[in-house]
Design a protein around this ligand. Structure first.
Ligand SMILES: Nc1ncnc2c1ncn2[C@@H]1O[C@H](COP(=O)(O)OP(=O)(O)OP(=O)(O)O)[C@@H](O)[C@H]1O
Length: 240
């Protein structure tokens, strides 16, 4: 079943076509990886899907409902969650408080919101840190908290911006396992990743962007063999 459908999405900033006629679909229960060099339009695509930026043209449908033009709050309440590249936890609040801010959106009974938050904190393996302040966490732990905060609204679709970016090598496998566990729990995922090995490992399909355009869309195997992707991206990335 199709969970998300993006049709002919375009957005310019001044003379720059940040997204230029982008179309693709996401099947429920799968992971779509989004790749492309810096400035390719990946974050803009996330902003357009989640309502943070208005589209010039095109349409976004979630479970066949047109969500183009809705506010970020409305889109989030429909079941599209998001993590940010720049982490934004409330540094002087505990993990539990940080996640409860999200779970309150779904559940206004304080005990239930707390239980839900604890369940999610346990899911991301931070239960022992639940009473710690967010500022006390390592970068890898903050990435887990960011995922927990996004999960608190119980999204059907989660957009993740570089979960493994900026963390040290030994922290990466645990985060990759967490993404796989999230998929197993039934959440559909779109993830932006610069680490090509990770994207190949976790994605069911990959969307490759360059200069605002879709240059390829297919399985990891198809993408790996795509000449245009190799020329514009795979040839230049750090494949560590
Ligand atoms: N709010 C904005 N105002 C002006 N230009 C913008 C804005 N947002 C994005 N752009 C431009 O649109 C293009 C696409 O940017 P975007 O951030 O979507 O790329 P990206 O693929 O996410 O890059 P990165 O990998 O560096 O995060 C870039 O040229 C960028 O400078």
């Amino acid at each position: 079943m199709k969970i998300l459908s993006v049709e002919n999405l375009s957005r310019s900033f001044g003379g720059i076509k940040a997204n230029n006629d982008i179309s693709f679909e996401v099947i429920e229960g799968t992971i779509l990886g989004v790749i492309g060099p810096n400035g390719a339009g990946k974050s803009t695509l996330f902003d357009l899907i989640t309502g943070y930026t208005k589209t010039d043209n095109g349409k976004v449908s979630f479970f066949n409902k047109d969500i183009s033009g809705l506010s970020p709050d409305k889109i989030s309440s429909l079941g599209i969650g998001r993590t940010f590249q720049k982490l934004k936890p409330f540094a002087d609040q505990t993990l539990l408080e940080n996640v409860m801010i999200g779970s309150f959106v779904k559940e206004d009974n304080i005990k239930k919101a707390r239980d839900k938050a604890l369940e999610i904190i346990d899911f991301v393996d931070l239960i022992e840190k639940r009473h710690h302040f967010a500022r006390e966490l390592s970068t890898g732990q903050r990435k887990r908290l960011e995922m927990a905060r996004a999960m608190a609204i119980e999204p059907k679709l989660l957009l993740m911006d570089e979960v493994t970016g900026g963390v040290d090598q030994k922290t990466i496998p645990g985060l990759v396992e967490l993404i796989k566990k999230l998929k197993k729990s039934g959440v559909t995922i779109i993830t932006i990743e610069h680490n090509i090995n990770i994207i190949m490992e976790i994605s069911d399909n990959i969307l490759a962007l360059d200069q605002g355009k879709r240059i390829a869309y297919g399985t990891p195997k198809e993408i790996q063999q795509n000449e245009e992707v190799i020329d514009s991206y795979l040839g230049t990335v750090d494949a560590t």
